[in-house]
Write a protein that binds this ligand. Structure first.
Ligand code: HEM
Length: 372
């Protein structure tokens, strides 16, 4: 498998796409790359550009190091574990609402709303803004057809986020945003701009990827009913099964923006300063030289150093939360609807495979019986 190859240039410069596991891992921690965006070149308004530029995902050390250190406690595995009952309540509410119709789109009623409601709950988004949040995150997440709506909608989203920060400064809540507001390190604390960008990053980074993990995983369980039955019989397999779903159908198929900060040699080729660099996590995670039987989904794969959550400096901040949400989502669904099955033949489902690997829809029958 090629480790670094050229892909189609979208903008005149020829980006490099790294695909092999070993090269991907090295490139993810390559210090001669930068994640800082050129907001002006992207045509962003100053307000939006500012919010994007302060996002943790688009900072380099030492700015990144400071921010990451300040927010990491709020995202530690122990801190996230304490949120489990709240996530279970969200899942139970969505499963209640699935009781009735013979056929449903699992993405629409479960995989997509679950992480959104969780993040809204954790951030303390006012209940009457939640529907709007749903629309906004769809826009933030992409939807090229709605490109023209983005600037105005995003500006409104930033306004609501600022309002939440101001409100929770005066009336502390019991969620992540209040925790982030309270972070102090010696004389240092997060500014309103940093907090706004952090909330923005959590929405952008945490919603669609987690929804994809849930949707992709449910599909894999139903595609081969033996898997569904096995996981129901052996719920202890859930943690390794979830890692395997992330490896096998990596939700973030290609990494976010990064470019060469200087000209450097990488695996025998020269990468010129400024060259955009993509890393295909999806291909790295199926690299036969790293994963035995890479093209087989094995829910009990114990040694699984996949790169689905990235690696190095920008390793996914929300990984403990995503894992917890997935655990709750799969367990609650299997318990509540043990006969759940696909409502269409496997061959009729279509994947979206751009930088995300995701199923836009997954028709299911909560009470079973798949058509032939
Ligand atoms: C299955 C679900 C998820 C997947 C597959 C995923 C994947 C990733 C990957 C691959 C990166 C690194 C990107 C790069 O280097 O270009 C990343 C970073 C990040 N993720 Fe996730 N993510 C998931 C869920 C979440 C959740 C639930 C949150 C928070 C609510 C979150 C917040 C972030 C943040 C803030 C970063 C940037 C970290 C930094 O720059 O230091 N993610 N994620």
């Amino acid at each position: 498998m090629t480790s670094a190859q050229e892909s189609t240039p979208p903008d005149g410069t020829t980006p490099v796409l790294v695909t092999g596991f070993d090269a991907a891992r090295r490139m993810l921690s390559e210090r001669r790359t930068s994640k800082v965006l050129d907001a002006a070149a992207m045509g962003l308004s100053p307000e939006l550009g500012d919010a994007m530029l302060r996002m943790i995902l688009f900072l380099d050390p030492p700015d990144h190091t400071r921010l990451r250190r300040m927010v990491s406690a709020a995202f530690s595995a122990a801190h996230i574990e304490a949120l489990r009952p709240r996530i279970e309540r969200v899942a139970a509410g969505l499963l209640d609402a699935m009781d009735g119709p013979e056929t449903l789109d699992l993405i629409e009623v479960y995989a997509w709303p679950l992480p959104l409601q969780v993040i809204c709950d954790l951030l303390g988004v006012p209940t009457d803004s939640r529907e709007e949040f749903r629309a906004w995150t769809a826009i933030v997440a992409g939807g090229a057809a709605r490109e023209h709506e983005r600037p105005a909608q995003l500006t409104r989203l930033l306004g609501v986020i600022r309002g939440m920060i101001a409100d929770q400064r005066v009336h502390p809540g019991d969620g992540l945003l209040t925790d982030l507001i309270a972070v102090r390190e010696e004389q240092d604390r997060l500014s309103d701009g940093e907090l706004t960008s952090m909330v923005f990053a959590l929405l952008v980074g945490g919603h669609e990827s987690t929804a994809s993990l849930i949707g992709n995983g449910v599909f894999r369980l139903l595609e081969d009913r033996e898997r569904w039955n096995r996981l129901r019989a052996e719920p202890g397999l859930l943690p390794t099964a979830i890692e395997e779903f992330v490896r096998f159908d990596s939700p973030l198929a290609t990494t976010t923006y990064r470019a060469a900060a200087e000209t450097f040699e990488f695996d025998g080729r020269t990468i010129a300063a400024g060259t955009p660099i993509g890393i295909s996590l999806a291909q790295a995670n199926r690299d036969q030289s790293r994963f035995p039987r890479a093209d087989r989904l094995e829910m009990d794969r114990v040694e699984n150093p996949h790169l689905g959550f990235g690696h190095g400096t920008h390793y996914c901040l929300g990984a403990p939360l995503a894992r917890m949400e997935a655990q709750v989502a799969f367990a609650a669904l299997m318990n509540r609807y043990p006969d759940l099955d696909l409502a269409v033949p496997v061959g009729e489902l279509t994947w979206r495979s751009d930088f995300m690997r995701t199923l836009p829809s997954l028709p299911v029958r909560p009470r079973g019986t798949r058509p032939n």
